[in-house]
Design a protein around this ligand. Structure first.
Ligand code: NAD
Ligand code: UGA
Length: 495
């Protein structure tokens, strides 16, 4: 699927299209971080609807069906309880994709849309091969009237490509065997981007700031609004056209990421000048026009979406000849990469210019707290840079597996001499020259610094890239402390 120049959208639905008055069966293509939790909450709030989440990945589906709820493939606080309440009742996880599509009144497309790694737009454009495959599969397997909902984050005007694929199948097989009284196949396409954040997915889904529905078929829009209306207040369900809906999702992520790059840029200036980024954030956040959220300086944003969605926006801007707009948004990603690089460099510099053979305790590998997701985690680049410098890393994370870290660091489990996953912060810190805090897990805010400092090789450092540790207690225990966005440990700070 390639990006096309805007044309008039293909409308698949007319006012005579038979839209089910009530959606009774839903199929979700993609049982990932979005598909799984989103459908679990829909099933929970709409007991009258049968919801089937399907995936090509049989291992993932098996994990969703695991009797042991601690083994669900996605870790989200509260998710296990929602799955336990509904699984087997009106929430099902299956690899039978065609069968689930055939039964569904509504099909959500919730598959991955990563950045293209090769070909036209490599490094920026979204790879839409999985979305296109879904559209083709729906075109083949659907029966009767089907509302197709884009849940994945997509470049503006992707709905047009989906509509075109569905329309072609409608034209080819307008009356698929109807001897048994089967209704003709028709489709409506909606955009319904997801705004949940990982770690708070269940809370975000149960009480969203807003639900956004884009489309050009009022009956389909109302069918989807009716589902959310089971638990979301009417004024929080926004209706718009397809293109505004698709672009709003990319824009929301771009604005959020921009705030992080903005505060991280100021954090660096704070370190250089003796100001404290937390004080600056508090002061500017008190301005209701700016607001207090998303002003936490850190090691740079990670996660599967911010970078890919901004790069996609950049690609779209260039595609439409808006070079300056593209450059503006690209700088948000540039600043983020710089932030990650500078932390690794700073650790090396503070440890007398070399970390070769030195043990460094890395606390946190997930891209944020309360998730097992490591996609684009700042820890990946920072750990890779430190390994490149010859460091020995003792990594702790309460939720991330050794296999995942091995994949992320490009090194096989058990076969490396240079990093290990350890069971506790105390084990990581034992014998280390430095502790580097990269994820804001609550447990790291309450570490017993007097006990930990005694087990480290002196002189020892705490590098707190999340600003969550008790810096005063660490200093009192004899550690040198660098906290992101503060002047501690800087020669100029006078501390
Ligand atoms: P994910 O990689 O966790 O899950 C996607 C799943 O889709 C995978 O399990 C994959 O096997 C499956 N899949 C791929 N092709 C398929 C097909 N043809 N049929 C059935 N299953 C198929 O991805 P995710 O994090 O859930 O993200 C999905 C989409 O939602 C992306 O577009 C992302 O940008 C967007 N999004 C993600 C988040 C988030 O917090 N992760 C939040 C909002 C929006
Ligand atoms: C983000 C958005 O918040 C969601 O609305 C959106 O649906 C989602 O992307 C998506 O499209 O995938 P998510 O990436 O799960 O959600 O988590 P965030 O809480 O946004 O955090 C993203 C990154 O920014 C993390 O690495 C986090 O540590 C970092 N961050 C966040 C900061 O460094 N400072 C902050 O103040 C906030």
């Amino acid at each position: 699927m390639t990006l096309t120049t805007p044309t008039t959208p293909t409308s698949l639905s007319s006012s005579t299209t038979p839209v089910p008055p009530q959606v009774r069966t839903i199929c979700c293509l993609g049982a990932g971080y979005v598909g799984g939790p989103t459908m679990a909450v829909i099933a929970d709030r709409c007991p009258q609807i049968q919801v089937t989440v399907v995936d090509l990945n049989a291992e993932r589906i098996a994990a969703w069906n695991d009797a042991d709820l601690s083994r669900l493939p996605v870790y989200e606080p509260g998710l296990d309880a929602v799955v336990a309440r509904n699984r087997g009742r009106n929430l099902h996880f299956s690899t039978e994709v065609d069968a689930a599509i055939a039964k569904a009144d509504m099909v959500f497309i919730s598959v991955n849309t990563p950045t293209k790694t090769r070909g036209i737009g490599a490094g920026q454009a979204s790879d839409l091969r999985w979305v296109e495959a879904c559209a083709r599969q729906v075109a083949q397997a659907a029966r009767g009237h089907t509302i197709v909902v884009e849940k994945s984050t997509l470049p503006v005007r992707t709905a047009e490509a989906i509509q075109t694929i569905l329309a072609a199948s409608q034209n080819q097989l307008p009356q698929r065997p109807t001897g048994n009284g089967e209704a003709p196949r028709t489709f409506s396409v909606l955009s319904n981007p997801e705004f949940l954040a990982e770690g708070t997915a269940i809370a975000d889904l149960e009480a969203p700031d807003r639900v956004l529905i884009g489309g050009d078929d009022p009956a389909a829009i109302e069918a989807l609004a009716g589902i959310y209306g089971q638990w979301v207040a009417p004024e929080q369900i926004l209706r718009t056209n397809l293109w505004s809906s698709e672009l709003s999702k990319l824009t929301a992520n771009a604005f959020l990421a921009q705030r992080i790059s903005s505060i991280n840029s100021i954090a660096a200036l704070c370190e250089a000048t003796g100001a404290d980024v937390r004080e600056v954030a508090r002061a500017i956040g008190a301005d209701s026009r700016i607001g207090a959220k998303f002003l936490g300086a850190g090691p740079g944003f990670g996660g599967s979406c911010f970078q890919k969605d901004i790069l996609n926006l950049v690609y779209l801007c260039r595609h439409f000849g808006l070079a300056e707009v593209a450059d503006y948004w690209e700088s948000v990603v540039t600043l983020n990469s710089w932030q990650q690089q500078r932390i690794a460099r700073l650790v090396v510099q503070k440890l007398f210019g070399t970390v070769s053979g030195k043990r460094i305790a890395v606390l946190g590998f997930a891209f944020k707290a309360n998730t097992n997701d490591t996609r684009e985690s700042p820890a990946i680049r920072i750990c890779r840079d430190l390994l490149e410098e010859g460091a020995q890393l003792a990594i702790h994370d309460p939720k991330v597996s050794e296999a995942q870290i091995a994949t992320d660091l490009g090194q096989k489990e058990q076969q490396n001499q240079h990093w290990q996953l350890v069971a506790s912060p105390a084990e990581a810190v034992n014998g280390a020259d430095a502790v580097l805090v990269l994820t804001e897990w609550q447990a790291y805010a309450a570490l017993d610094w007097p006990a930990l400092a005694g087990s480290m090789r002196q002189p020892a450092w705490l590098f707190d890239a999340r600003g969550i540790c008790d810096a005063a207690a660490a200093r009192a225990a004899g550690l040198q402390v660098w906290r992101l966005g503060a002047a501690y440990g800087n020669a100029s700070s006078g501390e």
